[in-house]
Design a protein around this ligand. Structure first.
Ligand code: GLU
Length: 512
């Protein structure tokens, strides 16, 4: 039987087998430098001939946090930059806290942000049997042991350690007990962690992080009910999915030291690590609700453009010279791990708004309409009618330069979206005094036969203003009020051109 098929039948390969990467430079280097177990000699690979595989591994326990979205973005950019794969793994091992609603929110958030993943998403919980199998392999290889210590014994150990001012890391008495002396009692499987020397995480962002092995305990791999712990699951899944680069929040840095021990025990190639600093609020404290929106979907509902969000989040903690505004293709050709900052980036709402606005201005009209429709759906607003859509396509040119987000864009487009008779805002009512209405009444018949071009319309309005000894602006205010129901709007001539003759005249008649 074909080897891959055989392994898959034995469930030794994940359901969705990704190509295994060749070892890459950093892990080989790490083995050499830190005197890890010998590895089979294979061809040395550099980044250029290694298939890059990154992953985003969210726990579905709430909304998709803006920090997680940035982690996903960095992984996506890095994979796309190197023509590699960007995989999604839902870390749903914590059955109490994982919810389907949260998984769906993750999909929606990634979809809105345009972070397309390769292959099918992997469910970590579905791989539990494989995780347990690896723990058993570690047992068989002497890298793990059965620990029969009860909760009470562990608590007593800690108490005594505390009283004697020793380290409270649990040192199991079962670490070296032979199988023949094991009782017939429930047990957990623990990692036989290295106690001497040090583990060095060669992190692409944090540099070399040294952890003394004596600081690490023999962590539990399998609980007494045989279920795997998260720390084991992550390593097994990353290995099986062929992940070459683990790019994640630096709150996982300590986990890396322990996870490396599992790689070592299994004689697996280490991935390259890049632990990125958290996002802070403008005041330098960990980003939280106090600062404003923290969930990706909240940002969508606030109307930021997805391209702007990608650009801003990429720039948040990573830099490419002084470039603030860039396109997706620029980001994909520039992104690297070297230029990720070591200290937490501060979220700057003004900058986000500015970048979002620049992207809106540069988005082509059809794509902008699509994004606006998605935004309206996200905030449960009425969908646009065909007429509104076609008016938007005609008029996008005169509003998109000045909108920082979709909320502003739809507000500026309101002259296209409203139906007659318009609801006039208070100030618009004031602008439409009797004298002004009288003047506008003179304009209406002139519009009937005018050529509908900007030059002609400007000429008509200018002459009318002159004949009443008014400045053009003075006439523009009531005209604007009649056409938009507002005192601020795009230029009156743009509105007339977009609305067309019949609608313009009808709106003027409505206020006469
Ligand atoms: N599931 C973890 C989290 O949501 C990520 C684990 C990892 O990236 O290794 O924080």
């Amino acid at each position: 039987m074909h080897e891959v098929l055989r392994l898959r039948l034995q469930r030794r390969l994940p359901r969705c087998p990704y190509p295994r990467p060749m070892p890459h430079l950093s892990s080989l280097w790490m083995r050499l430098r830190y005197n890890l177990r010998p590895f089979p000699l294979r061809k040395m690979n550099t980044m250029s001939d290694t298939k890059i595989v990154t992953r985003f591994a969210p726990s579905p326990t709430g909304t998709l946090h803006i920090g997680s979205a940035r982690t996903a973005l960095f992984n996506w950019l890095f994979a796309r930059r190197h023509g590699g794969q960007f995989l999604l793994r839902i870390e749903d091992t914590d059955k109490e806290r994982s919810t389907e609603a949260s998984t769906q929110a993750i999909y929606r958030g990634l979809t809105w942000l345009g972070l397309d993943f390769d292959g099918v998403p992997v469910s970590q919980a579905a791989n539990a049997a494989r995780h347990a199998e690896v723990a058993k392999e570690m047992l068989a290889g002497g890298h793990a042991y059965k620990c029969f210590a009860t909760q009470e014994e562990i608590a007593a150990f800690r108490e005594a350690a505390q009283a004697e001012k020793r380290s409270t890391l649990f040192r199991s008495p079962w670490r070296d007990v032979a199988e023949a002396d094991h009782p017939d009692a429930p047990y957990v499987v623990r990692l036989k962690a290295l106690r001497e020397g040090q583990t060095i995480i060669m992190d692409q962002v944090q540099g070399d992080v040294v952890i003394r092995n004596e600081q690490l305990d023999d962590m539990v791999l399998l609980r007494s009910d045989g279920s795997p712990v998260y720390m084991l699951a992550v390593v097994v899944d990353d290995h099986d999915m062929g992940v070459t680069h683990v790019i994640r929040g630096d709150d996982h840095l300590n986990n890396a030291a322990r996870q490396i021990q599992i790689y070592r025990a299994m004689d697996w190639e280490l991935p390259t690590y890049a632990h990125i600093p958290l996002i802070h609020g403008p005041d330098g404290k960990k980003m939280s609700k106090r600062h404003g929106a923290t969930g990706v979907e909240e940002y969508q509902a606030l109307g930021y453009s997805a391209a702007g969000m990608r650009n801003y989040l990429a720039r948040l903690g990573w830099s490419h010279g002084d470039d603030e505004f860039f396109t997706d293709s620029q980001a994909q050709s520039w992104f690297d791990l070297e230029h990720i900052g070591k200290s937490p980036a501060r979220f700057d709402f003004k900058k986000l708004a500015n970048i979002s606005g620049q992207h809106i201005a540069r988005t082509d009209d059809a794509a902008l309409l699509h994004e606006l429709e998605r935004y309206l759906a996200a905030i449960s607003a009425d969908p646009l009618s065909e007429t509104q859509k076609s008016l938007f396509l005609d008029g996008a040119y005169c509003i998109k330069e000045h909108a920082k987000n979709m909320t502003e864009l739809s507000d500026k487009a309101s002259f296209m979206f409203q139906s007659r008779p318009l609801e006039l805002e208070e100030k618009a009512v004031q602008a439409l005094d009797t004298v002004s209405i009288g003047i506008l009444n003179e304009l209406t018949p002139q519009l009937q036969n005018a050529k509908w071009t900007r030059v002609v319309l400007e000429g008509l309005v200018e002459r009318l203003a002159l004949s009443h000894d008014r400045k053009m602006g003075k006439l523009a205010a009531p005209l604007r009020a009649a056409l938009s129901g507002r005192v601020t709007s795009p230029s009156v001539f743009d509105m007339m051109l977009v609305l067309g003759r019949d609608e313009t005249i009808a709106r003027l008649n409505d206020i006469s």
